[in-house]
Design a protein around this ligand. Structure first.
Ligand code: PAF
Length: 287
């Protein structure tokens, strides 16, 4: 596996791949790779001849009081995992390569509406940072297909919308959330949790699955199901940032069960913010 951080070298190498008629798959990440990322890389190598993964901790998507400085940096371990998963090229640009004139002066890509609720409401500007950097990375890599994890449900919806609106010539694929045996969704932020906290955090998935059961059985109306879920999470010692049942397409609060539904949650355990979701309708894989 080749590791490089220079966009010009990346362009030369990828041009050679394209000249050989190779299809390129891309997995953008912020590193500290876990089985969720690795399952995307494995799927990428099924879909394409040449797999590029990027590791770039994007300052533009972190708020002032968020964990940019302490975000885990584990390059050697990540390289090992990628090598084993059959990744061909690891792209590790620095901020000079991504934002040459600095964050403040850089053009931003903003997706309206879909970014207003859920994580967008709690983390103002977060998705502007995501769409801006993903756009830059797409332009640098020019992949045929790019893969993202369904754990970040809103992120996937926002990126699909950006790709559609800007006519970006890339196919977006998603990979199912990979979970610990306890049900806890794998996340780089789980590394901030003690073993006891991980057991506590597993209540997030337990609560989501119980809510899904309630919805499938039409046991209660939506607000009652949400109130039940908030209470269950609080009883488990979590501080709920949001717990919503949204329309899976618009991400607006759902009105009733006839809509495609996704239950989306963000909750704090100590200072660690965890997100998860569960859809009642299948998530579409291609546009
Ligand atoms: O999901 C992530 O790790 C990041 O938001 C992404 C897509 C790599 C953009 O920085």
């Amino acid at each position: 596996m080749i590791t490089l951080g220079n966009p010009e070298e990346l362009a030369i190498l990828l041009r050679e791949q394209r000249q050989q008629g190779h299809r390129i798959a891309f997995v953008p990440t912020m590193g500290n790779l876990h089985d969720g990322h690795i399952s995307l890389v494995r799927e990428a190598s099924r879909l394409a001849d040449f797999v590029v993964t990027s590791i770039y901790i994007n300052p533009l998507q972190f708020g002032a009081n968020e964990d940019l400085d302490k975000y885990p940096r584990t390059l050697e371990a990540d390289q090992q995992k990628l090598q084993e998963a059959g990744n061909h090229l690891l792209f590790t640009p620095d901020s000079t390569a991504i934002y040459p004139e600095g964050l403040e002066r850089h053009t931003k890509v903003i997706v309206p509406l879909l970014t207003e609720g859920l994580c967008g409401a709690s983390r103002p500007g977060h998705f502007d940072g995501v769409t801006t950097v993903v756009n830059i990375l797409f332009n640098m890599v020019q992949p045929d297909v790019a893969l993202f994890g369904e754990k970040d449900y809103q992120q996937v919806a926002v990126i699909r919308k950006m790709v559609r609106d800007l006519r970006l010539p890339v196919e977006i694929r998603t990979g199912a959330t990979v979970r610990e045996v306890s049900g806890l969704a794998m996340s780089s932020r789980n590394g901030y949790l003690s073993e006891d906290q991980k057991a506590q955090a597993a209540q997030i998935y337990t609560t989501l699955t119980a809510m899904r059961e309630q919805l499938l059985k039409a046991a209660h109306d939506l607000p009652t199901t949400i109130a039940w879920g908030i209470e269950a999470l609080e009883e488990a010692g979590l501080r709920v940032d949001y717990l919503e049942i949204v329309n899976s397409d618009s991400l607006q609060a759902a009105r009733d069960r006839s809509e495609p539904l996704t239950i989306a949650v963000a909750a704090f355990l100590g200072s660690t913010r965890l997100i998860d979701n569960l859809s009642l309708s299948p998530i579409r894989d291609t546009e």
